[in-house]
Write a protein that binds this ligand. Structure first.
Ligand code: ADP
Length: 461
């Protein structure tokens, strides 16, 4: 055995000055030949008659809103098979890296951002003749504290603009909540998480107040981002109205959220404004089950519990008999139900458009797993990026506007008679959309808040 080989753990910090990266955590992966780095907005260009590439890197896996602009000379373009078996053409660059005290050159392929947790992989080529991998260890060549990393990346964190933002939610560890907090910090704002259940209020014409667990007064909040769970709508919206009364801008407003959560009311609004939805019947424990089925054109049918979320209360019925049994079962629970024509031609797919401040900023298609018609990710559906049609875009924007939502997830299903609106979500999850499209939706939401606050300030002058 070569005595000169050093031990390397399964994770190590690297420094790549040549492309301006002071620290990036790499996964040591002897299963991959070439090392790779996750990059977005990869654009080739020519510099002094040489082929170069410009790209963005989010060096910290815990803060995807920190973005570095990098560029490097291209030394090759290679077909690389990813771990999921997909062959991808990738640019290859040659860069010197520092790993602890070691300094050496490696080939690095630019891999498009995917679901991968690590921003960089160190492959066999980089390890050969240098290291022996001990996968039980990590950071054998030095570790960084959070403070040290903050210091290294302080130049990327904008100057404080003075905006105080409150994230009103239930669980700060959820992907969407974490991303919104990171994005706000990266844009120079101060953001605090408040658990809805721990907030309380004083209703008073002179000095209304919102207080937090332990009596802390919550004041001076410029903007509130509500991420209210369906079972918290009533209290969460009351709290939002209170924030509004103390001068905070709420994205979205209490009125818009409660309206969008009432599926019956929002469907009536869509109809009123000429937005097509699947033919739908609503009822509270209908006495005449058969007529309810005929009303929407008979089986195959979809039956939904009005308060369904994540596809949990949605069932299909192939025959009128089956539909009758399901409706009768729901009836015995005194549930509010919705009976809807089954859009067979959608083939278990639907589209989720993320609307922020009057623009569709990202769209994905969700495909149900085999034998399933519900495309919800929670029901095993998979998401991929999709280009929507102008009609679908128009529908998504119009639906968000009708409900007065600044941020909305609009679900559309493709039918043989054109796009049909399924539902509009006022607290859309960001994970599926960001991972499938590589778009920093959290940052877009924070930038939309900044725009609103600038406008609000200007009109107060
Ligand atoms: P939830 O609010 O519980 O997610 P949805 O109304 O969005 O309920 O329905 C869940 C999924 O079922 C949708 O994403 C879609 O894939 C499928 N689906 C819903 N309605 C229909 C329909 N009328 N025809 C065909 N598929 C449907």
């Amino acid at each position: 055995m070569d005595q000169a080989l050093k031990i390397i753990g399964s994770e190590e910090w690297c420094q790549i000055d040549a492309i301006g990266i002071p620290a990036i955590k790499a996964r040591v992966d002897s299963g991959a030949k070439t090392s790779s780095i996750q990059a977005t907005n990869i654009t080739p260009f020519v510099k002094r008659n040489e082929n170069w590439v410009r790209f963005e890197v989010n060096p910290l896996q815990d803060n995807l809103s920190l973005t570095l602009d990098c560029s490097a000379k291209v030394i090759d373009i290679r077909k690389i098979k990813s771990s999921s078996g997909i062959v991808e053409e990738r640019y290859v660059i040659l860069v010197p890296i520092r790993l602890g005290k070691d300094f050496f050159e490696i080939e690095l392929t630019l891999s498009k951002r995917d679901n991968m947790e690590y921003r960089m992989l160190l492959g066999r080529q980089a390890l050969q003749k240098r290291y022996l991998v001990n996968s039980d260890l990590n950071f054998c060549h030095g570790n960084y504290s959070d403070e040290k990393l903050q210091g290294l990346y302080s130049h990327l964190i904008s100057q404080k603009s003075g905006y105080q933002i409150a994230l009103l939610a239930t669980d700060r560890t959820l992907y969407s909540n974490k991303r919104l907090m990171d994005a706000a910090i990266a844009r120079g704002h101060e953001i605090n998480f408040y658990n809805i259940q721990h907030c309380y209020m004083r209703l008073d014409t002179q000095s209304p107040e919102v207080r937090y667990r332990g009596g802390k007064l919550i004041e001076g909040i410029h903007a509130v981002i509500p991420r209210i769970r369906p079972n918290m709508t009533f209290y969460g919206c009351a709290l939002l109205r209170q924030f509004k009364s103390i001068g905070s801008y709420c994205v979205n407003s209490a009125e818009a959220i409660s309206q969008s959560r009432d599926k019956l009311f929002s469907s009536q609004l869509f109809n009123k404004h000429g937005i097509d939805i699947p033919i739908t019947g609503f009822a509270k424990s209908p006495l005449d089950t058969k007529d309810m089925i005929n009303l929407v054109g008979g089986a195959p049918l979809i039956i939904k519990l009005l308060q369904s979320a994540q596809g949990k209360g949605v069932v299909s019925a192939e025959t009128n008999k089956a539909a009758e049994s399901v409706i009768n079962a729901f009836k015995s629970l005194q549930a509010n139900i919705l009976v809807q024509e089954f859009i067979k031609e959608a083939g278990g797919k639907d589209i989720r458009c993320l609307v922020v401040d009057g623009k569709v900023v990202a769209s994905i298609q969700r495909q149900a797993s085999a034998g399933e018609f519900r495309s919800n990710i929670h029901q095993g559906g998979t998401a991929s990026k999709i280009k929507i049609t102008p009609d679908e875009r128009k529908m998504a924007l119009k639906a968000a506007k009708i409900l007065n939502l600044d941020v909305a997830g609009v679900d559309i299903i493709r039918s043989s008679r054109g796009p049909l609106l399924l539902e509009v979500n006022s607290s859309p999850g960001l994970e599926g959309v960001e991972n499938a499209t590589g778009i920093d939706v959290a940052k877009t939401i924070i930038m939309a808040i900044e725009k609103k606050l600038r406008k609000k300030n200007a009109s107060n002058l």
